[in-house]
Design a protein around this ligand. Structure first.
Ligand code: ACO
Ligand code: ZN
Length: 508
């Protein structure tokens, strides 16, 4: 016990003053409607820019056991200063709060643009630490601005997975026109990591992409404080969920304006309007490979449409957690789903897919924009990803780990599809094995197996496992089938898998 190392007699005290609250403290914070106290950790503190009292601060909190998307800035009044306050131990904070210290300090740093924040709570803070996602260093000198053309793409999380580059067959597919979008260079999103501040150099990043799958998570890069609170895209104002490495100077804006067609971003509505006079896009760049009713899918090659794909990664990072920054979108194809009206094809969601995945992943990253969630579009995206796998004659699976919402959606999708197949099959009297189900659906056998286990449908009978669906499962499936849903029509898919040559896969 090193009594000397802590400024507090014990790490947990009952009651405290607002001045004693520091980054790393855990205490009860009012949250939700109706408001109730939840344990939360203070991740950052900054002066309230609009307050007359210069000492008044606001607190960025993470609620224990809740998803990071609920993290928020709160006023001091929401902190329960009468209850238990757990202080961070002094020995550990250096490691634990290395970046956060900067965040906190940053709020009061001279020159910190705290005066620029908006009048309402929508203003956002982006400390250098938060921007880097690495604890502060990467956004320091040389922090990219809109004019900085360093490459960046926000991609995925997850444990390292072995991957090889095995494609060497000649390219056979050219469909439609696939305009380069380099004319959008003015809007190149700038990354926040560089060789000096980032965890990886570009070469290392590329090597990682080659060898580690797309979702390698680097824990040091998990930014803890959200930098934007609100974006406007098309007709929608959307609250953001997580940090995304937009240029640091955009972080203090009340709203970031995004062109819904090219996904370029602007600090003011005027600039967006001016951009729209020049930007002729009314749909994503790339090939329209599917059209049914008002829904279309566009296939976009990260190598050919770098700016668009980087913009897409930046946008999606706002809603995807723990995604590591990568410099290069080249190794991915992006499948963007749109809904068409007289104004154009509006962005609803997308999934990305590695051009070559030795793990047979058919989705790297999937997103439905929040304003369209819970309307069946996620299901449509997932269904589409498996239609592509069927054409490729491969079994596919989403790259792991899945987010909470990803898991819910995939489980729902797999269950519904498998139960429906088994119920149909029952009429024929021919039994299906797990491999049969996998081959019919293009799901990987382990996903079929896990789904059957989740449905409690695997029974050990006379020395072997058999698939048995309970009445409840069948009823639930019938109920789900009655819901009116958009389905993917395989006939509306005009697509041949692209085979990349070894040279095309050399992402330099
Ligand atoms: N709560 C409970 N169940 C849910 C929820 C939720 N918030 N969201 C989806 N589900 C389940 C439900 O069973 C739902 O069916 P129902 O609405 O009939 O009950 C089913 O999933 C399908 O829902 P959809 O409306 O088709 O899915 P949605 O358009 O909302 O998209 C998605 C799902 C893509 C996961 C979306 O929530 C999202 O973009 N989240 C943020 C990004 C993310 O987490 N992506 C997945 C990361 S993992 C990876 O990339 C491989
Ligand atoms: Zn545009």
């Amino acid at each position: 016990m090193s009594a000397v190392s802590s400024p507090f007699p014990s790490t947990i005290v009952t009651g405290g003053t607002i001045g004693s609250i520091i980054v790393g403290c855990k205490l009860q914070v009012l949250h939700g409607q109706p408001p109730e106290y939840r344990k939360a950790e203070i991740l950052s503190i900054r002066p309230t820019p609009t307050a007359d009292d210069a000492t008044r601060c606001e607190y960025y909190v993470h609620y224990s056991d809740y998803n990071k998307r609920l993290d928020e800035w709160v006023t001091p009044e929401r902190l329960n200063l009468l209850g238990e306050i757990e202080y961070p131990k002094l020995k550990k904070p250096k490691a634990m709060v290395a970046g956060i210290g900067k965040e906190t300090g940053k709020g009061s740093e001279p020159g910190t643009p705290s005066g620029r924040v908006s009048k309402n709570n929508r203003k956002s803070n982006l400390s250098k630490a938060a921007t880097t996602g690495k604890g502060g260093d990467a956004a320091a000198p040389g922090t990219p601005g809109p004019s900085n053309k360093r490459k960046a793409a926000a991609i995925e999380e997850g444990p390292s997975q072995a991957e090889g580059t095995n494609g060497s067959t000649p390219s056979i597919q050219v469909q439609g026109d696939d305009d380069e979008d380099e004319d959008m260079n003015e809007d190149i999103p700038s990354g926040t990591q560089d060789e000096n501040g980032g965890v990886f150099s570009k070469e290392q990043e590329i090597e990682k992409l080659r060898t580690s799958g797309s979702m390698t998570q680097n824990p040091h890069e998990v930014a803890r404080v959200k930098n934007l609170n609100l974006i406007q895209i098309g007709k929608h104002e959307v609250e953001t969920w997580y940090f995304s490495p937009y240029p640091v100077e955009y972080a203090h804006l009340p709203i970031l304006y995004i062109c819904e067609f090219c996904l370029s971003y602007f600090p003011a509505i005027k600039q967006l309007s001016r951009h729209r006079l020049k930007c002729t896009l009314q749909h994503p760049p790339g090939n329209e490979i599917y059209r049914k009713d008002d829904i279309s899918f566009f296939e976009i090659d990260g190598r050919k449409q770098k700016v668009y794909c980087r913009n897409l990664c930046l946008l999606s990072k706002l809603f995807l957690d723990h995604k590591t920054l990568y410099y290069d979108v080249d190794p991915f194809l992006f499948y963007v789903m749109t809904m068409r009206d007289e104004d154009g094809a509006h962005f609803i969601g997308y999934f990305s897919k590695e051009k070559e995945s030795s793990e047979q992943y058919n989705v790297a990253c999937i997103l439905t924009m929040p304003q369209y969630q819970r309307m069946g579009f996620g299901r449509l995206l997932i269904a589409f990803s498996y239609e592509l796998s069927k054409v490729e004659k491969r079994l596919g699976s989403p790259e792991k780990p899945l987010s909470d919402l990803g898991l819910l959606s995939y489980r729902a999708f797999w269950s519904e599809a498998i139960v429906q197949l088994l119920v149909e099959q029952q009429k024929t009297g021919i039994e299906l094995s797990i491999d049969d189900i996998a081959n019919r659906t293009a799901f990987q056998p382990q996903d079929v197996l896990h789904t059957l286990q989740n449905l409690n449908a695997l029974k050990y009978y006379h020395g072997q496992y058999v698939i048995v669906l309970s009445d409840t499962v069948i009823k639930n499936s019938e109920r789900a089938a009655k819901k009116k849903k958009r389905e993917v029509d395989p006939k509306a898919l005009v697509w041949k898998p692209i085979h990349f040559t070894a040279t095309q896969l050399r992402f330099l």
